[in-house]
Design a protein around this ligand. Structure first.
Ligand code: ATP
Ligand code: MG
Length: 582
């Protein structure tokens, strides 16, 4: 440690919100260069290499072969697949000296597809699985939490190539099993959830989430085993309601009812129901947003949800991708004078209506349901507006928030919500990219068929942070053995030469036994207190302290996680440590 390129910090970095960010910077594993862009220091690089090793071993175990593509890529393949536009501002774009458009790869489906097309032509060459561990670039709107969400990050991405659907299913299952082993070895609690496929397109997809309070993803699970990313949850729509007896819709004065709560109170006071009190869920709230499409056009859209639920930004984003969601601004109201702010109702919504604004409703708005909603007049709402009789929408959208207690779509019970960090994503792309880029092979009958593909990702750099999210305590990091930067942290804790000499002997013996040792040899430079604090912060699971005990021929072996200490005779140190490690 007297020569190691390392400076531990006493204080948390000011911009750190989550434990992993705080501790990886303080303990000298990574260092920020720019928002979402980090350097890996010697300690961090060692952990990263161990994560990579686990992933390589498990990928090789399913017969996937490692390759490496460039990160600097030409535009054309992305143009053909449509993603040059679809990825929008998330792609880092640049030009070469001749003026050609280039980009820094955010993911590599197109390039793998083209490479296989380049070299393979027969069903006999398949199945094939290729992977790489490589740096990706995404100009994320919200880089956060250190290396958890970077703009430059390391991903393992792999791709499977099969001639038919059964082959794709088998490749997908093999990957799924490899991922289970990877995440078991990384040691965190994880869940496998149904997912949406986002900008990738394709069909079946699942995510591996590390369960963590600090995660950005919300997922749901039911007692009966349903699990899904909140974006992928589908609503259990009620059956249509007969409305033959429903009264005609009637507009009523509802002054000073700017919120759903004030509206509900007003209804209960002035227009009480016979059967039960009015509730927020009886109202239909019409929320306006702007969709910015990849080609730059701004489309106003209205989303109708029951008034007891908010529009969930992430669910909405997943539904409208690759378009991005922007707020509906004053200038948009000005451009649509038919919209009476706060009192917007279905009569002025829909592509066929006076405003022409596309109107999408929650799946709960089924035929025959009765609503209280805006009457498009200041201070007025309409009551008993019946879906299917008095209004229709341009379709449904899964954008309303999912709440604890909602029914699982498969009937497996009420949902519970929790948070996680997306660690891996596997999907059956199908023939989307192969079709676009012309990846075909001759089948058994000599007929050209389009190859079907899968795409599979693991966040490698993110994994280091995700592990740190659980592997720490108030003193610092506490690495699991398989990922720790060193096997042993050896501390020479004393001023005199005898301690240093004894520590050097112990060091030589541990190294001789094939162990990787971080040796704090800063005798006379740093106090023992500082050394102990550093050892706790850095988080190597076994700490050997050579101190006053040398006069009696003993050292102390400490377990970083449990805090247990044992005095061990110097002659037995190697054996003792090996016992702990095995
Ligand atoms: P997210 O929803 O977190 O943005 P994503 O759906 O965009 O992830 P994929 O495109 O499926 O992610 O990428 C595969 C894996 O790469 C993810 O499961 C995640 O572990 C990792 N990853 C994605 N974006 C980042 C990032 N900005 N920083 C670090 N790791 C990332
Ligand atoms: Mg993303």
């Amino acid at each position: 440690m007297s020569r190691m390129f390392l400076r531990t910090l006493r204080d948390d970095p000011a911009d750190a919100e989550v434990p992993s960010h705080r501790l990886l910077v303080r303990a000298g594993y990574v260092r920020r260069v720019a928002p979402g862009i980090y350097s890996w220091l010697p300690l961090g690089l060692k952990v990263l290499a161990k994560v990579e090793r686990i992933i390589r071993e498990e990928m090789e175990s399913i017969g996937s072969q490692e390759v490496r593509f460039p990160a600097l890529l030409p535009r054309e393949p992305y143009e053909i697949s449509g993603r040059w536009t679809d990825y929008g501002p998330n792609v880092f774009r640049l030009k070469d000296r001749k003026g050609n458009d280039m980009m820094l790869g955010p993911t590599h489906e197109e390039f793998f597809t083209l490479l296989v097309k380049d070299l393979y032509s027969s069903y006999k060459d398949l199945p094939l699985s290729l992977y790489q561990i490589q740096t990706k670039y995404r100009d994320e709107a919200r880089p956060r939490a250190g290396i958890l969400r970077g703009r430059e990050f390391i991903m393992k991405d792999s791709y499977s190539f099969d001639v038919d659907d059964a082959g794709l299913e088998a490749s997908y299952q093999a990957h799924r099993e490899a991922y289970v082993r990877i995440f078991e070895r990384l040691g965190f609690e994880y869940v496998i959830v149904k997912a949406t496929s986002g900008a990738m397109g394709g069909s079946a997809s699942e995510e591996f989430l590390a369960v963590s309070e600090t995660g950005e993803d919300t997922f749901v699970r039911s007692p009966g085993g349903y699990a899904a990313n909140v974006e992928a949850v589908t609503t259990v729509a009620p059956a249509p309601v007969p409305y033959g007896d429903a009264p005609a819709a009637h507009a009523e004065q509802t002054p000073d009812t700017p919120t759903i709560d004030t509206l509900v109170d007003h209804l209960n006071e002035k227009f009480p129901r016979d059967d039960r009190p009015w509730a927020a869920g009886d109202t239909l709230k019409n929320v306006l947003v702007i969709l910015r499409h990849p080609d730059g056009t701004r489309e106003p859209v209205a989303i109708g949800v029951p008034g007891d639920r908010e529009v969930d930004a992430k669910r909405l984003e997943a539904q409208v991708a690759p378009a991005e969601v922007e707020p509906f601004e004053e200038k948009d109201f000005a451009a649509n004078p038919g919209l009476v702010k706060g009192y917007i109702g279905p009569a002025v919504l829909g592509t066929e209506s006076s405003t022409g604004i596309r109107y999408l409703t929650d799946p709960r708005v089924v035929e025959g349901t009765r609503w209280v909603t805006g009457a498009n007049v200041q201070g007025s709402h309409v009551i008993d507006l019946v879906a299917g009789r008095d209004f229709t929408s341009d379709g449904t959208i899964e954008a309303a928030e999912v709440r604890a207690g909602d029914e699982a779509p498969d009937g497996s019970g009420p949902l519970e919500l929790a948070r996680g960090i997306e660690m891996g994503h596997i999907f059956q792309l199908g023939r989307l990219y192969a079709e676009a880029l012309g990846l075909k092979v001759l089948d058994e009958n000599g007929k050209l068929v389009t190859v079907t593909m899968g795409s599979y990702g693991v966040g490698v750099s993110r994994a280091v942070a995700a592990v740190a999210e659980y592997a720490h305590d108030e003193l610092g990091l506490v690495w699991p053995r398989e990922l720790a930067p060193f096997d042993v942290h050896l501390v020479a804790a004393g001023k005199d030469e005898a301690v240093l000499a004894a520590a050097e002997d112990v060091y030589a013996e541990l190294i001789g036994a094939g162990l990787d040792v971080l040796f704090d040899d800063r005798v006379g430079k740093v106090s023992p207190g500082v050394k102990f604090k550093d050892a706790e912060l850095i988080g190597v699971p076994t700490i050997v302290v050579v101190g006053k005990g040398v006069v009696d021929g003993v050292v102390e072996v400490k377990d970083r996680k449990s805090g247990d200490r044992a005095d061990v005779a110097i002659a037995d140190v190697v054996g003792h440590v090996q016992g702990v490690l095995s």
